[in-house]
Structures are given as structure tokens and as C-alpha cells.
Design a protein around this ligand. Structure first.
Ligand SMILES: NC(=O)c1ccc[n+]([C@@H]2O[C@H](COP(=O)([O-])OP(=O)(O)OC[C@H]3O[C@@H](n4cnc5c(N)ncnc54)[C@H](OP(=O)(O)O)[C@@H]3O)[C@@H](O)[C@H]2O)c1
Length: 306
């Protein structure tokens, strides 16, 4: 697969990342086996960037990935492992009344990284991202945590997720580490990053935008989707038309639409279906016309550009 440098890190990663959020399915042995096959298929297809978070299935996705690495230790050298921290969900089966919250305190971040390292069975996290902005973030405290994590060799590079441009700038002003990525929802339904300065900031500061739920709006509704039935239909019709024109699946058009943007958006493919993991690569071969990019935008906006 073609590659792209993540931020200014000097690390080249696959142009499509593989998302590990759904790896364990319902947690049954059958779904876990399917998850392991999905990882193997992704590796065989050339994905080298794997996206995790400490909270995915309460850590079970990182554990499964750790089992795959343990079974094939040589894999580690060829893969770039990214994980996220900073969300503290309310405990499941909670009889206490502990509140789910964001938590960028030194104690929580340090403990979270230790947990991820143990579950993944690795010595170092390649990229650590703060998962969602903590409104109570003390940027200087976070900067100190980054120093400790880097000095101890536990984390090589840092970034953020779901940060607004101003939240990112605030943290960047406090830390000596270049924030390498902002992982946000970007798809044909949710184009906030296109319009709120997120992608502009990434381009100006040499940061990589990583797109979660890249095929939402075409395969399924985006988080908090505000698409009406009519908009959904318009987008589907246009995606179907383009799919036919380029000879690919409409979900491939969704990925192509992201890849066409000059910010170097890296879509994170989250399927656990082997054929879909492989088919996503077709997005890299589409010679996508500028006009078609705008046609899809027009279909979602419901009006032509002025
Ligand atoms: N930073 C954040 O806040 C955040 C939030 C969410 C996710 N993420 C990351 O982003 C990654 C990707 O997100 P995502 O998993 O939502 O990615 P996605 O690739 O947009 O969606 C994958 C989901 O769509 C289904 N799917 C694929 N093709 C389909 C089709 N043609 N019709 C119907 N359903 C289809 C897949 O089902 P099958 O598995 O059955 O193919 C799977 O459930 C996650 O794994 C995670 O790493 C980050």
C-alpha cells in the first residue's frame, strides 16, 4: 500500500489506517477469532497503522491485538501502533455512582499508558493521542506527562483526537512535542473539520488528520447525523452514480472523497469483514475528478456552491 508520513514524525504509515474499535465484536470466541483474522488480513493487505484506545471494549481490543503480536512477534517491527487515552467511562455493572468523565490528570494518563502497554504487550507506544478534549485540561500538567512518558521511552510521539483548532493550539503552546495528528470524525455527513479550520490547521502545522467513521453517511448514519431522509437519498444516489462510473463500491467512493483532500487525510477503516478490509484499498486507485468531489458535497449540502 502507498504510505504517508504521520505528521512530521519521519514515520511512514499506510495511506489507510486500520481501526481496532470493533475487533472483539460481542466478545464471544467466534467474534474474537474473526477479529484476529481481520488483523491478519489488514497486515497482509499492507495496512501498517493500527488505531486503538484504552477504552475499546474496556481494553479487550488491545488485549486481542497483544495476543496477535505475541503469536507473531516479528509483526511488531513493521507496524505502527497508535492508542488513545483520557476518557474515563463509568464502570460497567456499576453499583457505585462513579461518573464517566474526561480526565487528563497526570495520575490517570500515566496509569492508562501502563495499562495499554501491558495489554498490547509492547515496550513503547508509537503514537499516543488524547481521545477527547478534557474541559478541565491543565495544558502544563499534560506537557509534564508527555515529558515523563517520552523520557521513560514509553511513548514516542503525541497527538490529539476530537480537538477543536483552538484546543489544539492551547496544548501545542504548552508542550515541546510536535502534536502529530488530530483524529476527528470526517465523512460525507460530518464535514465540520472541513469548515471549522481543523484541516487548515493540520496543513499549516504538518499534522495528519485521521478520519474516524470514514464511510458514515453512505454505509450507515454518522454519529449525531442530521441528514434528513431526503439528504440521505441524494447522497446515496450520487455515491451510487460515482461508484458505477469508477467501477467500485459506494463505500470506496466515501474513502476516495477523503483521500482527495490536500490535507493528507488518513481514513481509518473499521470493518472486521475480510473482503471489505481488502476492498478499501481500491480507493487508492481511483483517479477521482475534482468535479465529482464537489458533486458529492453538493448532494450533502442540498445546494450548489455559490
Ligand atoms: N477518536 C474517536 O473518537 C473515534 C471514534 C470512533 C472510531 N474511532 C476509530 O476509527 C475507526 C474506524 O471507525 P469505524 O469503525 O466507524 O469505521 P468505518 O469503516 O466507517 O465503519 C465500519 C463499520 O461499518 C460497517 N460497514 C462497512 N461496510 C459496510 C457496508 N457496505 N454496509 C453496512 N455497513 C458496513 C462495518 O461492518 P463489518 O465489520 O461487518 O464490515 C463496521 O461495523 C475505529 O475502529 C476506531 O479505531 C475513533
Amino acid at each position: 500500500m502507498e504510505s504517508i508520513q504521520l505528521g512530521n514524525s519521519g514515520i511512514a504509515v499506510s495511506r489507510l489506517a486500520f481501526g481496532c474499535m470493533r475487533l472483539v465484536g460481542d466478545g464471544s470466541a467466534g467474534d474474537r477469532d474473526k477479529g484476529k483474522r481481520a488483523v491478519q488480513t489488514a497486515v497482509d493487505s499492507g495496512y501498517t497503522l493500527f488505531d486503538h484506545a484504552d477504552i475499546y471494549a474496556q481494553g479487550a481490543c488491545e488485549t486481542l491485538f497483544g495476543e496477535v503480536l505475541k503469536a507473531s512477534p516479528s509483526l511488531r517491527d513493521n507496524l505502527t501502533i497508535l492508542t488513545k487515552c483520557g476518557i474515563r467511562p463509568a464502570p460497567v455493572d456499576d453499583a457505585t455512582s462513579v461518573l464517566g468523565r474526561y480526565d487528563f490528570s497526570a495520575g490517570h494518563l500515566m496509569a492508562s499508558v501502563e495499562g495499554s502497554l501491558q495489554r498490547l504487550g509492547i515496550e513503547q507506544i508509537d503514537f499516543l493521542l488524547l481521545h477527547r478534549p478534557d474541559y478541565l485540561m491543565d495544558a502544563c500538567e499534560v506537557a509534564t506527562v508527555f515529558d515523563r512518558l517520552h523520557r521513560s521511552g514509553k511513548v514516542a510521539h503525541f497527538g490529539v483526537s476530537n480537538f477543536s483548532p483552538s484546543q489544539l493550539s492551547l496544548l501545542q503552546s504548552a508542550t515541546r512535542f510536535h502534536l502529530q495528528a488530530n483524529q476527528v470524525e470526517i465523512n460525507i455527513d460530518n464535514v465540520t473539520a472541513l469548515r471549522d479550520g481543523t484541516l487548515d490547521q493540520c496543513m499549516m502545522a504538518q499534522m495528519t488528520p485521521l478520519a474516524w467513521c470514514p464511510i458514515a453517511g453512505i454505509a450507515y448514519p454518522a454519529w449525531g447525523s442530521e441528514f434528513s431522509e431526503q439528504t440521505t437519498r441524494r447522497v446515496k444516489d450520487e455515491a451510487d452514480r460515482q461508484a458505477q462510473h469508477y467501477g467500485v463500491d459506494p463505500t470506496v467512493i466515501a474513502l476516495t472523497w477523503l483521500l482527495r483532500h490536500p490535507a493528507g487525510i488518513v481514513p481509518i477503516v473499521g470493518s472486521t469483514t475480510l473482503s471489505r478490509i481488502e476492498a478499501a484499498l481500491r480507493a487508492l486507485d481511483v483517479d477521482y475528478e475534482r468535479e465529482d468531489w464537489y458533486r458529492l458535497l453538493e448532494a450533502r449540502d442540498g445546494h450548489a456552491v455559490a
